[in-house]
Design a protein around this ligand. Structure first.
Ligand code: HEM
Length: 492
């Protein structure tokens, strides 16, 4: 492909030379976030690599990323048209499809509003503050009982598999008005997916950039396609069930609310008639898909860190005992009074950086960043991991220290520090589930830690090396030990 000429006075971003045909793919294949962070030390915050023959712009450094995604937001808000994205929601995804025009804007607004109504908006019918609190409290309480029972019966088990079903139940309650049992095989096969989705959807998967690879047999790709097929069929079936029992006077969940929108004549700015019912209803696919893996992975990391650092776990539990006590369960309104716990969650986000890159962006027009010329349609990777481990921003970035987010007295969060952590992207494509995600993690974690103590079986080494992907997880671990912190109260 012919590249546009660089206008006078501007330069192309620097970057490693790479091989003919392959470009830099060999150096980027493993732990792409680390490889690109290393290269950015040499070439700077605005750098160009080649994957196959395709140039990719890689942005590092908080200031540069803020400049691109916030101050030049319109220029950088596109998505590249990557082959693997065509399998997600049959190519109709609001999140992964290349559209960033008026249809995407209207869909994003609909998604935000439907999500809010069924999660964090005050609930008139519930005794909880909001529906999210009600769903999470119920699932977290259930998880406490389940963990204790599993410790009794099985002794060894993979805790992440139970976390992901609980978290999936929260988003299922909001999207579909129903929950599933922990041994429901269909749900399990869709949500307990390890790295099967993230490995292909993560930034830099070679088959997205080197066409010939798409014609070679690939097990990873077949698993990815099959997972997406089953996922779409599952959502479609539930949507059909909703259509057949739909009553516009009684909107039960997000799916109903989207069906309601489809039936209204003038949805948003639909002047060109492209905002189809299919696209609207597919929003539920985006929300369900984005809503379980991210939060469940965050909780898996949280429990791993408290088990690895028993002193940190004790500090969180002392704070919970002091501020909440043992008589009542944590609530969302306790957030402001648990600074150490909040600092721990921030440090979990920073240290694990389990979403190492945002979803890839692309430029919507030719633009200039830090004096470098960037043509229209350039694929852009945003290295969140690099920002969270940048030595110019953090003291001892590889140490796990929640205190870095607190004032000297340990009584308040330091907002300047917390604003430097990059986990949800920034600007026009920023995650729409950020508040929900943060609140869910807080409530699940505090409910679990109020009642349970997590440790690792002595003498069993655990490997917490993150496996590269859209969301990074540690390898399956059955070494957790879970004990009740205090005896359950006798029934009255
Ligand atoms: C996008 C992170 C939870 C819905 C994103 C992006 C990131 C992210 C990094 C990409 C931003 C970009 O491309 O610049 C996270 C993390 C979560 C989380 C770390 C939890 C800890 C959620 C939840 C939902 C959600 C709970 C919904 C229920 C979305 C959607 C997008 C998105 C729909 C696409 C936005 C767009 O393309 O316009 N998220 N997310 N996320 N997230 Fe989240």
């Amino acid at each position: 492909q012919q590249r546009p000429a660089v206008p006078e006075g501007l330069r192309r971003p620097p970057g490693p030379r790479g091989f003919p045909v392959l470009g830099n793919v060999l150096e980027l294949r493993k732990d792409t976030h680390l490889a690109l962070a290393r290269l950015s030390r040499r070439y700077g915050d605005v750098m160009e690599v080649r994957i196959g023959s395709r140039p990719v712009l890689v942005l590092s450094g908080l200031d540069t990323i803020r400049q691109a995604l916030v101050r030049q937001a319109e220029d950088f808000m596109g998505r590249p048209d990557l082959p693997s994205f065509h399998y997600i929601a049959n190519g109709q995804s609001m999140t992964f499809s290349p559209d960033s025009g008026h249809v995407w804007k209207a869909l994003r607004k609909l998604a935000q509003s439907a999500l809010k109504s069924f999660s964090i908006a005050p609930s008139p019918t519930s005794s909880s503050t909001c529906l999210l609190e009600e769903h999470v409290s119920k699932e977290a309480e259930y998880l406490v009982t389940k963990f204790l029972q599993l410790m009794e019966d099985e002794k060894r088990f993979d805790l992440s598999r139970y976390l992901v079903v609980s978290v999936a139940n929260v988003i299922c309650a909001m999207c579909f008005g129903r929950r599933y049992e922990h041994d429901d095989q269909e749900l399990l096969s869709l949500v307990d997916i390890g790295n099967d989705f993230g490995e292909v959807a993560g930034s830099g998967h070679p088959a997205d950039f080197i066409p010939v690879l798409r014609y070679l047999p690939s097990r990873t790709m077949e698993i990815f396609k099959d997972l997406n097929r089953r996922f779409n069929a599952f959502v479609q079936r539930i949507v059909q069930e909703h259509y057949s029992s739909f009553d516009k006077e009684h909107i039960r969940d997000i799916t109903d609310s989207l069906i309601g929108h489809c039936q209204e004549k003038n949805v948003g700015d639909d002047s060109r008639g492209q905002l189809s019912s299919e696209k609207i209803i597919n929003i539920v696919n985006d929300l369900f898909g984005a809503g379980f893996d991210t939060v469940a992975t965050a909780l898996s990391w949280s429990l791993m860190y408290v088990a690895l650092y028993p002193d940190i776990q004790s500090k969180i539990q002392e704070e919970l005992d002091q501020r909440i006590g043992r008589e009542r369960r944590p609530r969302l309104s306790d957030r402001g009074s648990l600074p150490y716990t909040e600092a721990f969650i921030l440090e979990m986000f920073r240290h694990s950086s389990f979403v190492p890159f945002t979803i890839p962006h692309s430029t919507t027009k030719a633009t200039v960043l830090n004096g470098y010329f960037i043509p229209k349609g350039t694929c852009v990777f945003i290295n969140q991991w690099q920002v969270n481990h940048d030595e110019t921003l953090w003291k001892e970035p590889s140490a796990f220290k929640p205190e870095r987010f607190l004032n000297a007295a340990g009584t308040e969060l330091n907002r300047t520090e917390s604003d430097k952590v990059l986990s949800f992207g920034l600007g026009k494509r920023r995650c729409i589930g950020e508040t929900i995600g943060r609140w869910e993690i807080f409530l699940f974690l505090t409910t679990l830690l109020q009642q349970l103590r997590f440790s690792l079986r002595p003498g069993e080494p655990v490997d917490i090396t993150p496996q590269y992907g859209l969301t990074m997880k540690y390898k399956r671990c059955e070494s957790f030990r879970i004990e009740q912190r205090f005896p359950a109260k006798a029934a009255p």
